[in-house]
Ligand binder design. Sequence first.
Ligand code: PMP
Length: 411
Amino acid sequence: MPHSTPNPWRHHFPLIDQPSCDVNRLSYLDSAATSQKPQCVIDAIEQYYRHYNANVHRAAHTLSARSTSAYEDCRDKVADFIGANESNEVIFTSGTTEGFNLLANTLPYVEGQRWQEGDEVILSTLEHHANIVPWQMLAERLGLVIKVIPLDCNGDLSIPHYQALLGPRTRLVSLTHVSNTLGTINPIKELTRLAHANSSLVAIDGAQACAHLDIDVQEIGCDFYLFSGHKMYAPTGSGILWGKYPLLNLLPPWQGGGEMIKTVSFEKVQYNQLPYRLEAGTPNISAIIGLGAAIDYLSSIDRQQVLRYEQKLCSSAKTQLADIEGINIIGEPKVQGSLFSFLIDGCEPSDIATLLDEQGVAVRSGHHCTQPLMTSLNLTGTVRASFALYNNEDDVNALVTAVHKACELLL
Ligand code: PMP
């Protein structure tokens, strides 16, 4: 087996950094589900709990001032990281799912611009359930129509169909930046431009993008951008909804409680300003502080180099698997990120994943929370291999060898 080229990032991740001769060596190829955490993120969380754990914003004491300052610093870091105009455009959420629920429960209820029965939301076949179900729940309540952009035969969105779907009733186009099942990187700048030419708003699901791509919301031009910390080396329970300030400022509050108010009496409540108006209750302080550390980490490395490296590993794995008899690679998108899906002819994805796990290769099997995509592909599930900056050629070799063995056993 050829020796791996040294990977400059791998040793930052304690769970991953095991000697390649270790018989229990793990090839973690499930980063699209959640990424592993670098030592600096683990340290930031420990520091917080050891040295300055206190609730944010409300107390007069020094410890709280320290936690508030660390917590609000993260808002500034996120704003810089995605090119926001100001930190008040950054709303902390628990993840992409909560961000979409926030949006679906507020955007249609803006005073003077309430969505009406028959108004339309455009989604795509590639969407994760987090960007489907909140809109369906809303559609049931308000009598909206959900329209869906189909895929072409390679797994790319069909732009002519999209253009045909845009119409006078399209209130929102909500699309994923990167597919979590096929790895497709959508041309979101162009998709956004077309929606804006139709006077429709645009929300982008960045859950699979932020760990891999440089994000500049000004350059994309979208109105809302949502993502989860845990897929970009930060802790679970941290997430972001970014929106253009004038739009965010129109959103009515959604969850009521502490933090989101200025004054409360039994007769009347006065709401707080942004961003707090959309952040009720005690936030996940340690997770947000961990997100700040993850952003520092991502900002300290050459992200273009990382992307090229990940795509090289991903495409090498894909090409080698495609050469094995009985293997089907699912989709061949024009631009692919750091993950792909495959199947062994006639075999259950869960059986394949179990056999790979027995050989120390962690992959994901199932519908990946994209059941409508599965239906459109006439599948019930796939096996997904997803790569991150800590993977190396040994991981690719381990995957290919394990799939060969699985084929021997299953075919
Ligand atoms: N969108 C995409 C594309 C995803 O991959 C995921 C996570 N699998 C989500 C949304 C939901 O993210 P979370 O579970 O962190 O809220």
